[in-house]
Ligand binder design. Structure first.
Ligand code: NAD
Length: 496
């Protein structure tokens, strides 16, 4: 694919593309070459001030807050149409920015459009309250109202898909938005700003402030006018955000890290379990929150499963993210490359046998870590407890159901889990026993948009997705009590 020159990225505030207030910019690098792709406006507290002011005005004084539902949904549908029209460009920019293979970013761009379509349908069909008649005295009812300005903070691992997943329900429910995308992958957020501009969204309804977490991110989290923060990223960052949001008593939603187990029993459909295990860790370059980074294999099939894994690892197509045959691209940046590589060294020290695919010649400039198996791993090893967030799968042997459930749960995280067995009772037993927000039986990670997404333990607080995003996060339920009869009111101070 031909490489095009990419323009520099500005903030999008109050319907205008502007430089950072400080005038500063930072370099954005291509993970495949480590060359500078372009420069990005480096926002800080001042840019956040401007964006939140614009979003607050748009909510309280602009047309958005009072707009009829059908009219608001026309904008949401239009955004989905425009994403579809620009899907190929979005996929290109996303692959350029993140190193994710283009065959995968094409699907992510399509999913981005679907996020808007889905929330247009969902809000029209489901965003309603309940009514309760209380004898002949009262009717009580609930309405769901938008919160106001919401702050959305997103990571770099699947940038466009993850940010549309937040922006779509936030706007569809009537909020206004300040988005702070990851500094390592600003391009697709900038494209979304352009799409919003083209869709002629009223000024201030959608704003993007590019910049770093410690400055722009923290300012957004601490801002008094921001009513809620939806965050996806690392667990340590999530903890910091919760602390920083305490003084302004913000609602927060936390989608954090994972170290998810995939359990293969001896009666499993071997080939399908193999396909799922390999795809589940090596897609998204291994930078996937729900990746099956710990694979537990029953001792009766372990040798065969490991030989099949080795064969696959050798054959995974490592390459240029822009090549549609590439299955595994480079990691997001040099810092992350070093982190993942150091875990592979640690695995050797901890006693694992390390088996890796080979990086083809000519790719030396990129942040490539080959697909990696950590064999003979033990669940208590650090490489089985920490989120490595790269193409690294630990393989752990087990014998009994009880033992494997204990190991699966003996970890800080609780995001996803996968179990492979043809014993349907056992499948359900495991699904209910593993401490994770989501569990797949005989399936890889495929998710219908109606189902809640999120984790337990250190993997998160709250659920988004489906109607959960609407009712549990982006709106405030209000209870209204109406007297319809002549009920008794205590008469304090009235002479008897
Ligand atoms: P990160 O926590 O480093 O950064 C995420 C975002 O937070 C970025 O926009 C960053 O600028 C911002 N940020 C950083 N410090 C901040 C602060 N003090 N205040 C406010 N904002 C701040 O995460 P990352 O490295 O970009 O992403 C990888 C992580 O995301 C992994 O742990 C992965 O598991 C997790 N993740 C979770 C899910 C999920 O749904 N559970 C999905 C994708 C990724």
């Amino acid at each position: 694919m031909e490489h095009r020159k990419v323009e520099d990225v500005q903030q999008y505030i109050n319907g205008k593309f502007v430089n950072a207030v400080s005038g500063e910019r930072f370099e954005n690098k291509n993970p495949f070459t480590n060359e500078v792709t372009n420069f990005v406006a480096k926002g800080d507290q001042h840019d956040i001030e401007a964006a939140v002011f614009a979003a607050d005005q748009a909510f309280r004084k602009g047309p958005w807050g009072k707009m009829k539902l059908k009219e608001r949904m026309k904008y949401i549908d239009r955004i989905a149409d425009l994403i579809e029209e620009e899907a190929e460009k979005i996929a290109y920019l996303e692959s350029l920015d993140s190193g994710l293979p283009i065959s995968q970013t094409r699907k992510m761009a399509a999913r981005g459009a679907e996020n808007f379509r889905f929330y247009s349908r969902m809000v029209q069909a489901r965003m309603h309250g309940d009514a309760y008649q209380v004898d002949e005295d009262f009717i009580n009812y609930t309405v769901y109202q938008p919160l106001g300005v919401v702050g959305l903070i997103t990571p770099w691992n699947a940038p466009f898909m993850l940010l549309t997943w937040k922006v779509a329900p936030a706007l569809a429910t009537g909020n206004t938005v300040v988005l702070k995308p990851a500094e390592l992958s600003p391009l697709s957020a900038n494209t979304l700003a352009k799409i919003m501009h083209k869709a002629e969204l009223p000024e201030g309804v959608f704003n993007v402030v590019h910049g770093f977490g410690e400055s722009a991110g923290e300012a957004l989290v601490k801002h008094d006018q921001v009513k809620a923060i939806s965050f996806t990223g690392e667990t340590t960052t999530g903890k910091r955000i919760i602390k920083n949001s305490a003084d302004s008593l913000k609602k927060t939603s936390m989608e954090l890290g994972g170290k998810s187990p995939l359990i293969v029993f001896e009666d499993a459909d071997f080939d399908k379990a193999l396909d799922a295990a390999v795809w589940g860790i090596f897609s998204f370059n291994g930078e996937r929150c729900t990746a099956n980074s710990r694979v537990f294999v029953h001792k009766d099939i372990k040798d065969d499963f490991v030989s099949a894994l080795k064969e696959r690892v050798e054959q995974i197509a490592i390459g240029d993210p822009m090549d549609s045959n590439t299955e595994l691209g480079p990691l997001i940046d040099e810092g992350h490359y070093k982190k993942v590589s150091s875990y592979i060294e640690l695995a050797k020290e901890e006693g694992c046998e390390v088996v890796q695919g080979a990086i083809p010649a000519g790719f030396e400039k990129g942040n490539f870590v080959p697909p990696t198996l950590l064999l003979n791993a033990k669940n208590e090893m650090k490489v089985c407890q920490d989120e490595i967030f790269g193409p690294v799968m630990a393989v752990i042997e087990f014998e009994t159901e009880e033992e494997v459930v204990e190991m699966a749960n003996d970890v800080e995280y609780g995001l996803a889990g996968y179990v492979w067995t043809n014993d349907i009772k056992r499948g359900h037993r495991i699904a209910q026993a593993v401490d994770s927000g989501m569990l797949w039986i005989n399936s890889q990670n495929v998710r219908d948009l109606r189902i809640p997404f999120g984790g337990m333990k250190a993997s998160g607080i709250g659920r988004e997705g489906g109607h959960f995003a609407i009712f549990e996060f982006y709106t405030e339920p209000k209870a209204i009590h109406v007297s319809i009869g002549d009920h008794h009111i205590p008469q304090f101070g009235k002479k008897k």
